[in-house]
Ligand binder design. Structure first.
Ligand code: NAD
Length: 432
């Protein structure tokens, strides 16, 4: 089977590379000519473990191509996967400009039956809207519309794509469903459940799943804040809660709040969807509010540790990306927290193992260090912002010697409070 993936960002590139690895012929298309040129020169525009090997292997095998030529990609392909961005608008709803324009471009170049698949995260009703737009643009060829939401996690994207918990295929077009089943056939071998739903249910599933996970994070953050007041350890509570199979142990780790390219925008987009259908989502609305407040709480935590004022203080920051194993800075908690510290008069020196170049685009007035120890040098407080594995076993004696004063704000609870205090640090975590 020959397929085209429109939009070669995180999702499009991973999708294209993984389907190629399954043996499918894939053409990845993007409007960003520079990105396509880089990919054709063997340069991967994002940091995602294992992706560079997968891309180069499948490119060399001739199964994976990159182009800006949408026309030939559409003409050659039976399945066209839309994986363009759906960023938030000012009112929190999803901006559908990119996906609508991509769908219209596809419609213009159709030369036979096509299955048009939305992998981008889109509001309920988008599939039907695209069907209307494509039908308006061309009446000559029949086509199927499918919603196939993507659940991959950045940092573990390839494994998530190759070994997903489930594949969701939403459509009312029987022929399109059969073609999608064939496309995902390699996953039958590992008994991946394939859930066939209506277009609308598939679209809502993605938002509901992300909103649920975001709510779990906000829930445990609220419990952590309560633990801070009570003086008990949120990890004890989370562990004991999570052993209940009805609750589950994942996403019960407290911290500075969720970030990234999905949870923040998908939660607010779900609120817009609920509103558009005359309903509301009080729980998700609260999860968003708790998350926004959590970032400010972290700033206040750092401030208290410094005796109530960050003005004139040197703050070392370890980790900037919204989570480990990615260089993605979209909606990273570090952005709000570092900006608030700088606004209050702090000087910030930060180190991230891979996100520095991306961070420079969104965080000015920050000095960038080349390793953890340089970031800690002369600092009045060292803030653990992202839980990169390499931060878990630092030489804390050395760090203490480099700092102006031994204070740690561990926003990811990487270290044991007791141990840090024994080492002579003034230490705060989240809910411990
Ligand atoms: N990043 C994730 O972890 C993740 C996970 C699941 C779902 N999603 C969803 O997948 C979608 C894509 O997310 P992303 O993070 O890959 O976005 P991204 O911003 O990294 O990539 C989008 C790409 O689409 C290209 N593009 C825009 N308009 C185009 C057009 N008309 N034709 C061709 N290319 C075009 C852009 O140049 C860009 O390269 C979003 O809806 C997102 O919510 C993302």
């Amino acid at each position: 089977m020959q397929i085209a993936v429109i939009g070669t960002g995180y999702v499009g590139l991973v999708t294209g590379a993984c389907f190629a690895e399954f043996g499918t012929s894939v053409t990845c298309v993007d409007v960003d000519a520079e990105k396509i040129a880089h990919l054709n020169n063997g340069q991967i525009p994002i940091y995602e473990p294992g992706l560079d090997q997968l891309v180069s292997k499948n490119k060399a095998a001739g199964r994976l191509n990159f182009t800006t030529d949408l026309r030939s990609a559409v003409e050659q392909s039976l399945v066209i996967i839309l994986a363009v961005g759906t960023p938030p608008k000012d009112d929190g709803s999803a901006n559908l400009t990119f996906i609508e324009s991509a769908a219209l471009d596809v419609a213009r170049h159709m030369n036979g039956y096509k299955v048009i698949v939305t992998k981008s995260t889109v509001p309920v009703g988008t599939g039907e809207r695209l069907r209307g737009l494509i039908r308006e643009q061309q009446q000559k060829f029949d086509f199927g519309i499918v919603s196939n939401p993507e659940f991959l996690r950045e940092g573990a994207a390839i494994d998530d794509f190759m070994r997903p918990d489930r594949v969701v295929i939403g459509s009312r077009d029987e022929a399109a469903i059969a073609i999608m089943r064939a496309l995902y056939r390699p996953l039958y071998l590992i008994e991946t459940p394939v859930v066939i739903t209506s277009l609308e249910a598939a679209e809502l599933t993605k938002y509901a799943a992300n909103a649920f996970l975001a709510t779990k994070i906000s829930f445990i953050n609220e419990v952590a804040n309560l633990c801070d007041r009570i003086g008990c350890d949120v990890h004890d509570v989370a562990r004991a809660m999570g052993m209940d199979n009805r609750i589950g142990r994942y996403f019960l780790h407290p911290g500075p709040g969720y970030g990234g390219s999905c949870f923040p925008k998908d939660t607010t987009a779900l609120l817009s969807v609920a509103k558009a259908y005359g309903g509301e989502s009080l729980i998700v609305s609260a999860a968003v509010e708790v998350n926004n407040a959590q970032r400010l709480r972290m700033v206040e935590k750092i401030e208290r540790l410094l005796g109530g004022d960050v003005n004139g203080k040197q703050v070392g920051v370890l980790g900037l990306s919204f989570k480990p194993e990615t260089d993605d800075m979209r909606e990273a908690p570090s952005v709000d927290i570092v900006n608030a510290l700088i606004e209050r008069g702090a000087r910030v020196r930060a180190y991230d193992p891979v996100a520095t170049e991306q961070a420079k685009k969104v965080l000015s007035h920050v000095e960038y260090a080349s390793d953890e120890y340089e970031a800690a040098g002369g600092a009045d407080v060292l803030v653990f912002m992202t839980e990169w594995n390499q931060f878990r076993a630092l030489d804390m004696e050395k760090i203490k010697g480099l700092m102006r004063a031994p204070r740690i704000a561990d926003l990811r609870n990487i270290y044991e409070p007791q141990r840090m205090r024994e080492l002579g640090f003034d230490y705060v975590g989240v809910g411990r």
